[in-house]
Design a protein around this ligand. Structure first.
Ligand SMILES: [Zn+2]
Length: 252
């Protein structure tokens, strides 16, 4: 549905900012004024809500949201610590993967050895029955090798360098507003999912209510204080979920 996708991308806060009266996620729409100008709005679409149909200009809402995101810059020193944590986690994981690959390779070499042995002795075999047994055995070993080759291919690593893989995550942590301002739609949705534990409500004539910042940000904002369990992000159902999962792992 290209139309739907297009609309979503023009309203990154759709479904995230919620109606201050009933709590439903805002939807969005365009309207045309008399002079033909097109205006973009967010609004509640809950039939039983008193504020249904009361629109908020997209610029107003997104402008305020950007201010909020701008205020979320972590302290540079805290950021440095976070970078080190990422790097350590990455190195550790790479080492684990390396060990696994070496073990698989050794197993594969051992199978090669057994196959060679069988091939060498097969020349001396005269009996058809024994020959058939040898063939069967060699086939089994070849199959085992295939399985290992597949596992090796799966544990191919590192697919990306630390810098490539974590750059987005770190850029995000270091400067959420940059990601918000210059990122694509997926980056924006990822930021919403990672940085906030809940939807933020919009109160008419007042603006955004105080946001609940998700754990990584709380952790960055105040490294020494103990966190209170993971942030939500349940409000969102987008393709970024798995990506977010990757980031979360780094923080656990
Ligand atoms: Zn409402």
């Amino acid at each position: 549905m290209p139309d739907r996708k297009n609309r979503d991308e023009q309203f990154p806060l759709r479904g995230f900012v919620a109606c201050g009266s009933c709590g439903w996620g805002y939807t969005s729409s365009y309207s045309k004024s008399r002079n033909g100008e097109r205006h973009a709005y967010y609004h509640c679409f809950n039939k039983s809500c008193e504020l249904r149909g009361k629109t908020v200009r997209r610029d107003d809402l997104e402008g305020q949201f950007e201010q909020l995101v701008r205020s979320m810059e972590p302290d540079p020193m805290v950021f440095e610590i976070a970078t080190k944590m990422f790097k350590n986690a990455w190195t550790q994981r790479a080492a684990q993967m390396g060990a696994r690959r070496r073990a698989l390779q050794a197993e594969s070499d051992k199978l090669d050895g057994s196959i060679d042995q069988l091939l060498n002795s097969v020349t001396q075999v005269k009996s058809q029955t024994v020959l058939a047994t040898f063939e069967k055995k060699i086939e089994d070993l070849e199959n085992q090798k295939l399985v290992i080759a597949e596992r090796l291919a799966q544990s191919e690593q590192p697919r990306l360098s630390f810098d490539d893989s974590v750059r987005t995550a770190l850029a995000f942590l270091q400067s959420p507003w940059k990601l918000w301002t210059f990122g694509n739609y997926e980056h924006k949705r990822l930021l919403l999912q990672l940085a906030f534990s809940k939807r933020i409500e919009w109160v008419l004539k007042e603006g955004l209510r105080t946001a609940e910042i998700a754990l990584p940000f709380r952790a960055l904002a105040n490294f020494s204080s103990a966190g209170e369990g993971g942030g939500g992000g349940d409000w969102i159902r987008t393709s970024v979920r798995s990506e977010a999962g990757r980031f979360t792992v780094c923080w656990n």
